[in-house]
Design a protein around this ligand. Structure first.
Ligand code: F6P
Length: 531
C-alpha cells in the first residue's frame, strides 16, 4: 500500500536546531533578522509589510521550505488552476475563483474570463435595477454565502459611504431572521437569497419565511423584492420561491472562495459596484503577485509554507488570527471556513491517509482578545502561532487611539516572542515563577499602511492563496468538503422524526439510533410538547 509523502529528514533536523535556541537569541544574534525575514508589497493605494521574523524560522528554513514546495509541485498545481484544469478531482471541477476578478491571461484563461464577465453583467444590471426606494438589503445565506459578503460589508462600513443598510441572516434559528427584520419595512426591503447549491435547508427555510413576511406586510409583488444568487438556477424555479431575478455564478467557484462573485451582491447593493470593484482590484493585485512573483518574495507562498511548517514539522495544531482593526472583526470566522473547510482532510488526493492537515483556526479582535484568551497564548501549555493584522492609519477619528491599538499589537507579538524571565520580572520572589512568561511563541504580523477596499481584497486573496499552498503541500483536495455531508443527511432524517413518538417514526427506527441520540430526541419531544 502506498503512503503519503514523508517529511524530509533535513526539515526535521532544521526544526531540531531551532528547538535548541529561541527567538530572543535569534534576534540578538542577527541584527538583520527582521529585514531578512519580512517582505513589502505595493497594493494599489496601500502597502503591506509582512513580518515573518517572529516565526520559528531562519533564512535556511525558508530556502528548505521553498525547495519542498518545488518538490511537492505547488507551482504546477497553481498553473493547472489558472489554466482551468479540473484540480478539484473528487468533484471533477476546475477551480476558477481567480477568474471572477481577472484582467488578463496571467490568472485566468480568456474562456474563463468571458464566462465570468457574463455572470458579472447579470449582477451589475440587477444592482442598477434596484430602485432607491429599497433602503435595506437582507442577505440570506450560510457558510460561503454569508461569511464573505458579511466580512466585506462589515469592513467597508468604515471606509465608504453606504447606499443602503445591509443585514445578514444565516441560521435556521428563527430568532436570526426575526432580529434581522426588526424595525424594517417590507416595502423598502430587498432580500438576497444566496446559495450556490440552492439546496441548503437553512437558507431555503429563511427565504420562505422572509417572503411570507413581505406578503403579510402588504407587499403585492414580492418577486420585486427577491434576488437569488446560485450556480443552480433551475433549482430556484423548482424551489417554488417567489424570486424576481436570478444571478448566477460558475459551479467551479467554491462557496468559500466565492466572495468575488455575485455572492457578494449584497455588498454591491450596499456600497455600489464601484466599491466592490475596488475590493476585486485588490484581489487581482494579490492574484498577480501569487502567480508571477519569484518564490522567495511571494508572500502568499511564504505565508502558506509557514503555516504548513508550523503544523506539519513543528507540530503546532492551531493558529490564532488576531486582527487589530475593528473593520476586520469578522476575519477570524471567515478564515475558519476558508482554511478548515478547505484543508481539514484526513486523506490526500489519492485517498492515502495524511498524518497532518489543517490546524484549527480561531481568533478574535485585538485588543478584546488580550482580555480573553491571551493568557493561554502567553503562559499556557499550548504553543499557538498567531497572525496579527493591522494598519497604521486609523479608519476612525482618533489617530492617537489607533496608535495605542497598534502599540498593543506590537507589544503582544513582542511579549510572545521575547517573554520575560523570572530574573527580569523582579519583585516578590515567590511570584516570579508565576509572572515570568516563556516567550519563544511564534507569530506573523501583517501591517498595512492604510486599510482600503483594495487592501481588504488583497488580504482575502492572500489567505485564499496561502490556503491553496498548504493544501498543495499536504496534497489534499482543498476544494471539496465531503465531511459536512453526513451531518446534513442525519439532520434531515432526524428533522422528520424529531416531533414523532418512536412508534410513528418513519425515517429512523429508534433502535437504529445510538443511545445518546435516542435519549436526546426523546427528551426534546417531551419538552417540546409541554407548554
Ligand atoms: O456547509 C457546507 C457548505 O456547502 C459550504 O461549503 C457552503 O459555503 C455552505 O454550505 C452554503 O452552501 P450554499 O451556498 O450552497 O447554500
Amino acid at each position: 500500500m502506498s503512503t503519503a509523502r514523508s517529511v524530509p529528514a533535513h526539515l526535521a533536523s532544521l526544526a531540531d536546531s531551532l528547538r535548541a535556541t529561541n527567538l530572543r537569541h535569534l534576534f540578538a544574534d542577527d541584527p538583520q533578522r527582521a529585514t531578512a525575514l519580512s517582505r513589502t508589497l505595493h497594493l494599489g493605494d496601500a502597502e503591506l509589510l509582512i513580518d515573518f521574523s517572529k516565526q520559528h524560522l531562519t533564512a535556511e528554513v525558508v530556502d528548505a521550505l521553498l525547495a519542498e514546495a518545488r518538490a511537492a509541485g505547488v507551482s504546477a498545481l497553481r498553473a493547472d488552476m489558472v489554466a482551468g484544469r479540473a484540480i478539484n478531482g473528487t468533484e471533477g471541477r476546475a477551480v476558477t475563483h481567480m477568474a471572477m476578478r481577472a484582467a488578463n491571461e496571467s490568472t485566468a484563461t480568456d474562456e474563463l474570463r468571458t464566462e465570468a464577465a457574463t455572470h458579472d453583467l447579470l449582477m451589475r444590471s440587477a444592482v442598477d435595477a434596484v430602485s432607491s426606494d429599497f433602503t435595506h438589503v437582507v442577505n440570506i445565506g450560510i457558510g460561503g454565502s454569508d461569511l464573505g459578503p458579511a466580512l466585506l460589508c462589515d469592513a467597508l462600513a468604515s471606509m465608504r459611504s453606504k447606499v443602503r443598510e445591509v443585514r445578514f441572516v444565516s441560521n435556521i434559528d428563527p430568532v436570526d431572521l426575526e432580529r434581522a427584520l426588526d424595525g424594517l419595512r417590507p416595502e423598502h426591503t430587498v432580500f438576497v437569497v444566496c446559495s450556490k447549491s440552492f439546496g441548503t435547508i437553512e437558507t431555503l427555510a429563511n427565504a420562505r419565511r422572509a417572503i411570507d413576511w413581505l406578503v403579510s406586510g402588504g407587499v403585492s409583488q414580492p418577486a420585486k423584492h427577491v434576488i437569488a444568487v446560485t450556480a443552480q438556477p433551475e433549482r430556484v424555479t423548482s424551489s417554488g420561491l417567489t424570486v424576481g431575478r436570478v444571478l448566477t455564478m460558475p459551479e467551479s467557484v467554491g462557496g468559500r472562495y466565492s466572495v468575488s462573485s455575485a455572492v457578494s451582491v449584497a455588498a454591491a447593493l450596499a456600497f455600489g459596484c464601484d466599491v466592490f470593484d475596488e475590493v476585486r482590484a485588490g484581489m487581482r493585485l494579490m492574484d498577480e503577485h501569487f502567480v508571477k512573483a519569484p518564490e522567495g518574495d511571494n508572500v502568499a507562498m511564504l505565508l502558506g509554507l509557514i503555516w504548513w511548517w508550523n503544523a506539519t514539522i513543528l507540530g503546532y495544531s492551531s493558529v490564532a488570527v488576531v486582527p487589530y482593526s475593528r473593520v476586520l472583526a469578522l476575519l477570524p470566522s471567515y478564515l475558519q471556513q476558508l482554511i478548515m473547510e478547505s484543508n481539514g482532510k484526513s486523506v490526500d488526493r489519492d485517498g492515502i491517509p495524511v498524518p497532518t492537515s489543517s490546524p484549527v483556526v480561531w481568533g478574535g479582535l485585538g485588543t478584546n482578545a488580550q482580555h480573553a484568551f491571551f493568557q493561554l497564548l502567553h503562559q499556557g501549555t499550548h504553543v499557538v502561532p498567531c497572525d496579527f493584522v493591522g494598519h497604521s492609519v486609523s479608519l476612525g477619528s482618533s489617530q492617537a487611539d489607533h496608535d495605542t491599538l497598534m502599540a498593543n499589537m506590537f507589544a503582544q507579538s513582542q511579549a510572545l516572542a521575547i517573554g520575560v524571565t523570572e530574573g527580569e520580572v523582579g519583585g516578590d520572589v515567590h511570584l516570579q515563577v508565576h509572572r515570568a512568561t516563556p516567550g519563544n511563541r511564534p507569530s506573523t504580523t501583517l501591517l498595512f499602511s492604510t486599510f482600503t477596499p483594495c487592501a481588504l481584497g488583497a488580504l482575502i486573496a492572500l489567505y485564499e492563496h496561502a490556503t491553496f499552498v498548504q493544501g498543495a503541500m499536504w496534497n489534499v483536495n482543498s476544494f471539496d468538503q465531503w465531511g459536512v455531508e453526513l451531518g446534513k443527511k442525519l439532520a434531515d432524517r432526524l428533522s422528520t422524526d424529531i416531533t414523532r413518538e418512536p412508534a410513528d417514526m418513519n425515517g429512523t427506527p429508534v433502535n437504529q439510533l445510538d443511545g445518546s441520540t435516542a435519549r436526546l430526541m426523546q427528551q426534546h419531544r417531551r419538552w417540546h410538547s409541554e407548554p
